[in-house]
Structure formats: C-alpha cells, structure tokens
Design a protein. Structure first.
Length: 88
C-alpha cells in the first residue's frame, strides 16, 4: 500500500494564507468595535511587536501570521510523514 505524504510547500502556503486571511478578518472585526480585549488575548501574546492598531503594526501582524503558517508546516509535515510511514 502506498504511503500518504504531505508536501511542505503547498501546506506552508495554505496554512500561511489561511492565517493571514483569519488575521485580517479579526482586525476588521476588532475595528468594527467588537474587540472586547480580543487584540490583547490573540495578538499581543503571539505576534512580537504588535500593538493595536497602527499601519506598521498591521504589517508586522501580516508578517508574523505568515511565518507562523510556515512554522506549523515545517514541523507538522515531517512529523506526519514520519508517523504515516511507520504506521502503514
């Protein structure tokens, strides 16, 4: 039976753009007045250099959400491929 493998490049791009889109939607949601401390919980703790909200801070957030997507892909894909090969 052939083993299923995850390619890092499409996974990294998919996760990064998913997180960027989610980040932009969360910022829009917060700017509409529904934040109730959301930016403190989500952004200030996981995005270095982020403050609510200035243009430089917005772009820092875009950068770091993209980086987080690649970090997840670079850790997840090899682990998935390793365990898939061992189990099958």
């Amino acid at each position: 039976m052939p083993t299923s493998r995850i390619s890092i490049m499409p996974l990294g791009l998919t996760l990064s753009f998913f997180l960027v889109i989610t980040y932009v939607l969360c910022v829009i949601y917060g700017l509409l007045g529904f934040q109730q401390g959301m930016h403190q919980l989500l952004f200030l703790q996981i995005i270095p250099g982020f403050t609510w909200i200035t243009w430089p801070s917005f772009f820092i957030g875009l950068f770091w959400t993209f980086v987080w997507g690649w970090y997840i892909a670079l850790v997840f894909a090899p682990l998935f491929n390793f365990f898939t090969a061992r189990i099958q």
